[in-house]
Design a protein around this ligand. Structure first.
Ligand SMILES: C[S@@+](CC[C@H](N)C(=O)[O-])C[C@H]1O[C@@H](n2cnc3c(N)ncnc32)[C@H](O)[C@@H]1O
Length: 226
């Protein structure tokens, strides 16, 4: 199955908004760290419902925001959630970004990067479009140290890349980006039921759920274009 087939179905069944709700818990903390200045051009890769770009427009007065997604129905939904003329959504692939060299100030990507058919090619593309001094904020919940995420691949038809923290840093450097920061952002908002309520459908023990959300949370790696 292609990105388009998999995620068009998610979009038409409303899962784009569901992801937004869940991802917002940690995404907002990562977005708050981005050094976006008024007027900057921002690209959101694998934008889903497009919430991140809209938030960056609202809070930082970003000049122009592009959301790129491989699933046309995702881009269509995202477009329908805003009438802001400075936010645009395009259908495209991480492996061939439809932007000229040195044209983007900041790239944001949340829970999407690891779907790239070739993540090294995607990083090279990001490095190509970033202006000198531009940043990449790459946030993932699916990564090696987060053992609770490993089974997700069983439920998705697209091959997912499961790197560890070091592999992210190494790949950023290989693409020519400096690694400015790497951090785990805990999800402090998800409700964790009392011990007596376990096991739950998805969790055998409360400790596992606490580890997944409060300890591992979202892995954020920040790159800077030289
Ligand atoms: C799990 S969703 C995350 C959406 C959003 N960033 C969020 O935080 O809710 C991943 C998104 O990335 C898109 N995507 C996956 N692989 C892609 C690729 N190679 N090129 C472009 N978009 C891709 C999917 O269509 C989907 O909308």
């Amino acid at each position: 199955m292609s990105v388009r087939e998999e995620f068009d179905e998610w979009a038409t069944s409303g899962r784009d908004r569901g992801m937004e709700e869940r991802h917002w818990h940690t995404a907002k903390e990562a977005l708050a760290r981005m050094p976006v200045e008024p007027g900057d051009v921002v690209l959101d890769l694998g934008c889903g419902s497009g919430y991140a770009g809209r938030a960056l427009r609202d809070t930082y007065d970003a000049g122009r925001v592009y959301g790129l997604d491989g699933a046309p129905e995702m881009a269509r939904n995202a477009r329908s959630y805003t009438d802001d003329p400075n936010v645009g959504y395009v259908v495209g692939d991480f492996g061939a970004l439809p932007f000229v060299d040195d044209s983007i100030d900041h790239v944001w990507t949340m829970e999407a990067f690891y779907y790239a058919a070739d993540p090294h090619e995607a990083l090279a593309e990001i490095a190509r479009v970033l202006r000198p001094g531009g940043t990449l904020y790459c946030a993932v919940n699916y990564y090696e140290e987060n053992v609770h995420s490993h089974e997700w691949q069983e439920f998705i038809s697209i091959e997912m890349t499961r790197w560890n923290r070091e592999q992210y840093r190494e790949a950023f450097r290989t693409a020519g980006l400096h690694v400015a920061e790497q951090d785990n952002i805990p999800d402090r908002e998800i409700t964790i039921p009392a011990e007596a309520e376990f096991p739950l459908e998805d969790w055998d023990t409360r400790e596992e759920m606490v580890e997944r959300y409060r300890e591992f949370g979202t892995l954020l790696t920040v790159g800077v274009a030289p």
